[in-house]
Design a binder for this molecule. Structure first.
Ligand SMILES: [Zn+2]
Length: 300
């Protein structure tokens, strides 16, 4: 009886949003950590590389209820660190989630955008990335007035973001996104999530957005880019120290069970994809080095 009473007391003391907020931040941190590891390790091979720091900003104004978000995260300002990648320059500099940020690279964060708008936070994130790319370091003024200068490290010039409420993944030439639901369906397995992010990073690195162009895309052309992304993903994983075989596990898990929404006509059957990636793993194992910028064969 006493134990039950204590449990009830504890439940009442924890804010209602604490659990989901915590899960969201853990998912954000996982995506940043894997994204940074892939991006940093492959910086020497990505056609568009730039120094980065492995940090994602958040704006409470993007939440449905900004006041509740502030309270849940314990923030005294609108702009804060959403996530820091493990072993990134931002982590080394002592930055961590929920630190309030008042200025980025000398510029104050500015007035709130309209409720629900992402414009301010993406502008600040771009400012951070541009400062890192151009000067090799970024100065962040924190909520307590301290200025932390982070020295950037080589990375592929791609932003990794968690897409809340989505169960798939996608990429442009400069951004990779993965749905939070996709992380859940992959059981939070780091290597399999790395396989998905490596596939998307491959799309970005090979600039498939430009290859396919705007408008209606012929299935055969999409299929070629998907095969390329699958094959390059194992090189990207291997360079970052992930076992590329996790990509086969991922495909076998999501394919037959339909865990993720993947159109079969453009992406190919799971068994075909697994075979093609296994063949590519044999190619990379036989290669003299991991330099896929030189070793990887593009699709004809
Ligand atoms: Zn794809």
């Amino acid at each position: 009886m006493r134990v039950a009473a204590l449990a009830v007391l504890l439940a009442a003391a924890i804010p209602a949003r604490a659990q989901p907020v915590d899960e969201l931040q853990q998912a954000d941190a996982l995506v940043q950590t894997i994204g940074w590891r892939l991006s940093h390790a492959n910086a020497g091979f990505c056609p568009r590389a730039a120094p980065g720091i492995g940090l994602l900003l958040a704006d409470v104004q993007t939440f449905t209820d900004p006041a509740a978000a502030r309270a849940a995260y314990g923030l005294a300002g609108d702009i804060a660190v959403a996530a820091v990648a493990a072993e990134s320059p931002a982590a080394t500099a002592g930055l961590a989630a929920n630190m309030v940020v008042n200025a980025v690279a000398g510029e104050p964060v500015g007035p709130p955008p309209p409720r629900g708008s992402w414009d301010r936070v993406w502008a600040l994130q771009s400012r951070l990335e541009q400062a890192a790319a151009q000067s090799g370091e970024v100065a962040l003024m924190l909520g307590d007035g301290r200025i932390v200068t982070v020295r950037a490290a080589p990375s592929c010039a791609v932003r990794f973001i968690l897409d809340d409420g989505k169960d798939n993944a996608g990429a442009t030439r400069s951004q990779v996104r993965i749905g939070r639901e996709a992380l859940v369906r992959l059981g939070g397995d780091e290597a399999m999530i790395a396989a998905v992010l490596a596939h998307e990073l491959a799309h970005a690195a090979l600039d498939h957005e430009t290859v396919l162009g705007p408008g209606k895309r012929p299935v055969a052309a999409v299929r070629r880019t998907e095969r390329e992304a699958d094959r390059l993903s194992v090189w990207i994983m291997a360079a970052a120290g992930y076992d590329p075989a996790a990509a086969l596990r991922m495909i076998r898990l999501i394919g037959p069970r339909g865990l993720l929404v993947i159109p079969g006509a453009s992406h190919g059957k799971a068994s075909t994809r697994a075979r093609e990636m296994a063949e590519e793993i044999a190619v990379l194992r036989a290669a003299p080095d991991a330099d896929w910028a030189r070793r990887f064969r593009r699709e004809p």
